[in-house]
Design a protein around this ligand. Structure first.
Ligand code: SAH
Ligand code: SF4
Length: 449
């Protein structure tokens, strides 16, 4: 049957959806070109904020009204459990984020016998198909970029965060399995991989990722830097990215990898959440403002062009104007290349949900706007430093707005756009050198050299 997967939320969800596509295709189904064209639609949901959950659940509701076979997967399912059928009485099936491998079997049961209302919320299992990638010609995936899940779950317990409840305990996939997966992607044309985990620098902490006797030519003590070093040696692979990183994991071994491994992109997404020590401690983040800033300065000492991006929450319970101004000044001091600002949303069952959500909505909105405006200026200024320099860019394809232009990303994950010169044939997935001529807050413009 023709199916379509509609994805909300983070990169981890994007990756899980791809694995589901691969499993569905392997089970004999065909990926529909659009949702309208599909008989089965699976919505991969997010629950990190209330709004995100509502969007996904609302989407599933619309699909049910359109008489599609509708399934819900992902984080919202695990949070709601059986209650999902109260919200969506006609939903056909629901699976949690760590058991999406069951979807093809559930679909079989439903289409064969008309069984309805199947739910598997799962716990800490490793989903079947965790390493399955669809052939890019049969899926929506890029032929030259791929996500690879390395760490499932999260054992940090940040006070506001529901992720550990829905994605379970940490599990590090064995390094040999990850390396084999990346090699096979590279054999199929992939040039850039992005390794995924909620707190990916904790790779190998809860369970060992490396076996005794595995080679360790760099002499690493920490599992994640060792993995990066091993992947850096794979011929044909051009770039290695990873996300997300908890500031606690920005160790000297990690910095050494940035120095020694040219394929590891000099970009780190390092969510700070707040610039106030009082709020950071309430959040249970386990670092101070100064510790955070010194991690950033280690990276910028290595390379002033090192791109550091972040997540910030505004309106955490008890956040005063003073706390907020501390966040503002931290963001300026850290010189973030980009940042994602979230308005605090209490999540049931988290520690902070017990505190009064006392920052008024309008004030959260104001703080959000202030930080966005600051980031616009800072982004333009950071990007301005690159005018005149040459950036190595992975060509992604014609720009959506103007097909005479191509766009791609540099190692810092900055979007770079250039005019295609007459007689030049650009190739998707190739590395090109672009001289930067103009800077905007979110994009760089340049010419091919
Ligand atoms: N594991 C990642 C973050 C996953 S959630 C990490 O720790 O880096 C992505 C972002 O959503 C978080 O960094 C945080 O800024 C935001 N977030 C999480 N819970 C939230 C909540 N209850 N309200 C508002 N924002 C939240
Ligand atoms: Fe949530 Fe903190 Fe884990 Fe990130 S590190 S997923 S914010 S608990």
């Amino acid at each position: 049957m023709k199916f379509f997967v509609h994805t909300y939320g983070c990169q981890m969800n994007v990756r899980d959806s791809e694995a589901v596509e691969a499993l569905m295709i392997a089970a004999g189904h065909e990926r529909a070109r659009s949702e309208e064209d599909a008989e089965i639609v699976i919505v991969n949901s997010c629950t990190v904020r209330q709004k995100a959950e509502e969007k996904a659940v609302g989407k599933a509701g619309n699909l049910i009204a359109a008489k599609k076979i509708t399934g819900l997967m992902g984080c919202a399912v695990k949070r709601m459990g059986e209650d999902v059928f109260k919200r969506l009485p006609k939903l056909d099936f629901a699976v949690g984020p760590r058991c999406f491998g069951l979807i093809p079997h559930i679909v079989d049961r439903i289409t064969a016998g008309g069984e309805r209302h199947v739910i598997e919320t799962g716990a800490d299992e490793v989903p079947d198909g965790i390493g399955a990638h669809p052939d890019s010609s049969k899926s929506g995936a890029s032929p030259f970029q791929a996500y690879v899940t390395v760490l499932l779950g999260c054992d940090n317990r940040c006070s506001y965060c529901i992720v550990p409840d829905v994605r379970g305990h940490e599990y590090s996939r064995p390094a040999n399995e990850v390396i084999a997966e990346v090699k096979s992607l590279v054999e199929n044309g992939v040039k850039e991989v992005c390794l995924l985990g909620q707190s990916v620098l904790r790779y190998g902490v809860r369970n060992p990722a490396w076996r005794d006797g595995d080679p360790n030519p760099g002499g690493f003590k920490e599992a994640f830097p060792r993995l990066l070093h091993a992947l850096n040696g794979i011929p044909g692979l051009e770039r290695i990215r990873f996300t997300s990183a908890h500031p606690k994991g920005c160790t000297d071994e990690l910095v050494r990898v940035y120095r020694e491994c040219p394929k590891v992109c000099r970009h780190l997404h390092l969510p700070v959440q707040s610039g106030s020590d009082r709020i950071l401690s309430g959040m249970g983040r386990r670092y101070t403002r100064d510790e955070y800033l010194s991690a950033v300065s280690k990276l910028r000492t290595l390379d002033p062009g090192f791109a550091v991006t972040t997540d910030v929450i505004v309106g955490y319970p008890g956040e005063t104007d003073e706390d907020f101004e501390m966040t503002r000044s931290l963001m300026e001091e850290a010189g973030f290349d980009n940042s994602f600002i979230f308005k605090y949303s209490p999540r049931p069952g988290t520690r902070s949900a017990l505190l009064p959500d006392d920052v008024p909505v309008a004030e959260k909105e104001r703080r959000d706007q202030v930080l966005l405006a600051d980031q616009e200026k800072r982004g333009a200024r950071r990007n301005g430093l690159l005018v005149g320099s040459v950036r190595r860019v992975l060509a992604e394809g014609p720009s959506k707005r103007n097909p005479a232009r191509w766009s791609g990303r540099d190692g810092g994950n900055r979007i770079v756009v250039w005019d295609v010169k007459e007689g030049v044939v650009e190739r998707q997935g190739s590395l090109v050198d672009i001289k930067i001529t103009e800077a905007h807050p979110q994009t760089l413009i340049g010419e091919r050299i």
